[in-house]
Each structure stands twice: as structure tokens, then as C-alpha cells.
Design a protein around this ligand. Structure first.
Ligand code: ADP
Ligand code: MG
Length: 312
């Protein structure tokens, strides 16, 4: 099957010319018309078989996840999703696999108004790159560099579910309901849009784990964060794992949560009560450097050496 026929059969159908898409899949470039007064937020992520996903993962989940990780970046900036480019490298043409992949991608794309406007298709080791563009009201984007001492630190949802699922899968165990958190993360677009509209200035999505990602906010903002570990929101499954093993790594350093972590200045703290989704206050921004994990007795939990470069 020729590359062109493959693109027509699977990817052209995800392109919907009209409105701001003057020209979608099929020419040398897509032509897009950005609305006046909004800035473009652009991001890209690559998923490589064996590195970012297990090669035998369900293709529907992979289609979902390849878009979800990019949507999560837009969520962190408070942007509204618009246009995607998809570069896919396939070892062979497997129609069953492609149908599943397109279904997973398309379902999530439709849910968040993403139009696929182009891409690239080639033969090679399985790898997927999605480039996603979003729109954000001028000067409303939430930045890693805007946190200030005195801000409180919040996270959406629960932490550690995906990391525990991966750990269980690697040990040959069934992760049960945690599997969805790993394979089908739900990007927090609605939450990100609401936070930006309310005037929140500083946010990041949690893809590499809380300590690493909050560490990026600290580094870019020139300050430190104190996290109270007993406040960290966890599911009952993760709670029992932590109680049995005493191991907090999946919660504070596990990747793939795709929740949002944001900071609120004292003047905005009443906002937190009015947010229409679940958030938890987990700590505060203070002067200094790096992320400190505080236990209930006030002592700090040492960061294992492998995490230390995240703290400075
Ligand atoms: P060119 O050689 O000019 O780069 P291609 O033959 O690679 O063009 O692609 C033809 C058209 O199909 C282009 O509009 C391109 O954006 C689109 N396209 C190719 N692969 C994909 C894909 N995986 N998903 C969406 N669109 C694709
Ligand atoms: Mg060309």
C-alpha cells in the first residue's frame, strides 16, 4: 500500500477543513487562520516503543496517549486546543493496529476540538510524534516562571496512580482500575482554562513526577517549595501501597500523572474554594532553592540521590 493511500485511508478523515482550517491534509502545508487577539501555544512530544510505552500496548490507548500528553502541555499553559500535526513511523502496515490507533486519537481529538491538519508517515521503528497548537488570550498563559514566595501550591486529582500501574505491570501483576490512569490519562484542559481565566499565573503539568516538575517551577521562578507529604492526594489503591511498602516514590517522583500543579498568591486563595473541580493544597512557595518534602513531625524526607538534580 502506497504512503499516499495510507494517509487518505487513516489520517485525512481526521482533518476537517472549514472555519480556521483553510486547508488541511493533502497539500504541502496546512493553512490556518489564527483568531485576532490570541497567542499561539505550541508543543510537541514523541513517544517511542520500548521507551515511552510497552510495544504491545493497546493501539487505541496509544492513539489516545500520544495526543493526551500534548494536550496536557496546553492545559498547563491555560490554552485552548486547536490544530495537530502527526508524524508516525511504522514498522509495517497493520490495518487492525492503525484502525485502533486512529480511533483512540480521534475520540480524544473530537472531545477537545483538535483538528489534525497534517503530518508525516514513514516506515521504521514504531514511534509517534504529535505537534499541537493551542490558542490563549494575550498575556493570560500560565508560566513556570511566575511563582512567588508566599504562594500556596495546589495539585488537581490524585498522584502516583500511573506510576504504581507501571510498577505492577512490570512485576507481571494486574494493575486493575489503575491501568486507565497509565494508558489513558485525561488531560486537564477544562481545569487549565478555568485557572488561566481566573488569573492564575503559574502552572505546570506533572509528567515527570511532582518533585521534578515542581522543581522546574522553583528553578524558573527563583524560589523553593515546601511540600507536606501527608497532604498529597492519593487514591485508596496508592494509599494502601504506601502503607504496606512505606515507599512514597510513586507519589512524589512517579511520572505520567498528567495532573496540574499550580500556585496561588495569598490574595487569590478564596478562588480555590470556588473552583468547580478537585484540587488539594499541598504546600507553599518559600525563598530558597529546590523542593523540600516535609513529614508530619516536621522533619524533611531525604530525596534519594537520583532526584537531587531536580532540586537545584
Ligand atoms: P510532502 O512530501 O510534501 O511533505 P507528504 O506526501 O508527506 O507531503 O504528505 C501529504 C499530505 O498528507 C500532507 O498534507 C501531509 O501533511 C499529510 N500527512 C502525511 N502523513 C500524515 C499523518 N500521519 N497524519 C496527518 N497528515 C499526514
Ligand atoms: Mg511537499
Amino acid at each position: 500500500m502506497a504512503e499516499f493511500a495510507l494517509i487518505q485511508q487513516y489520517f485525512a478523515g481526521l482533518s476537517a477543513p472549514g472555519g480556521d482550517v483553510l486547508l488541511g491534509v493533502g497539500d504541502d502545508c496546512a493553512l490556518l487562520q489564527p483568531p485576532p487577539g490570541r497567542q499561539l501555544a505550541m508543543t510537541m512530544d514523541t513517544l517511542i516503543a520500548g521507551r515511552h510505552f510497552l510495544a504491545d500496548v493497546d493501539p487505541v490507548s496509544l492513539g489516545h496517549k500520544s495526543l493526551a500528553v500534548n494536550l496536557s502541555d496546553l492545559a498547563a499553559m491555560g490554552a485552548e486546543p486547536a490544530w495537530a500535526l502527526l508524524s508516525i513511523s511504522l514498522p509495517k502496515i497493520d490495518h487492525h493496529w492503525l484502525q485502533g490507533f486512529v480511533r483512540g486519537f480521534k475520540t480524544l481529538a473530537e472531545r477537545f476540538g483538535v483538528r489534525l491538519v497534517g503530518g508525516d508517515t514513514c516506515q521504521g521503528a514504531l514511534s509517534i510524534t504529535v505537534q499541537l497548537t493551542g490558542l490563549v488570550e494575550a498575556d493570560r498563559a500560565m508560566l513556570r516562571s511566575s511563582a512567588k514566595p508566599g504562594d500556596l501550591v495546589y495539585v488537581t486529582g490524585t498522584l502516583g496512580d500511573a506510576a504504581l500501574a507501571l510498577q505492577l505491570l512490570r512485576a507481571g501483576k494486574d494493575p486493575g482500575e489503575l491501568r486507565e490512569r497509565l494508558e489513558k490519562p485525561q488531560p486537564r484542559i477544562t481545569e487549565g482554562r478555568a485557572l488561566a481565566a481566573a488569573g492564575v499565573r503559574s502552572c505546570i503539568d506533572l509528567s515527570d513526577g511532582l518533585v521534578a516538575d515542581l522543581g522546574h517551577i522553583c528553578q524558573r521562578s527563583g524560589c523553593a517549595a515546601r511540600i507536606h507529604v501527608e497532604r498529597l492526594p492519593v487514591s485508596s489503591r496508592v494509599r494502601s501501597h504506601v502503607q504496606e511498602s512505606g515507599d512514597l516514590a510513586s507519589v512524589v517522583a512517579g511520572g505520567d500523572d498528567y495532573e496540574l500543579c499550580f500556585t496561588l498568591p495569598a490574595s487569590m486563595q478564596s478562588l480555590w474554594e470556588s473552583l468547580p473541580f478537585e484540587t488539594t493544597c499541598i504546600g507553599e512557595i518559600v525563598p530558597g532553592k529546590g523542593v523540600e518534602l516535609l513529614q508530619e513531625d516536621g522533619s524533611s524526607l531525604p530525596l534519594p540521590p537520583a532526584w537531587e538534580h531536580f532540586s537545584s
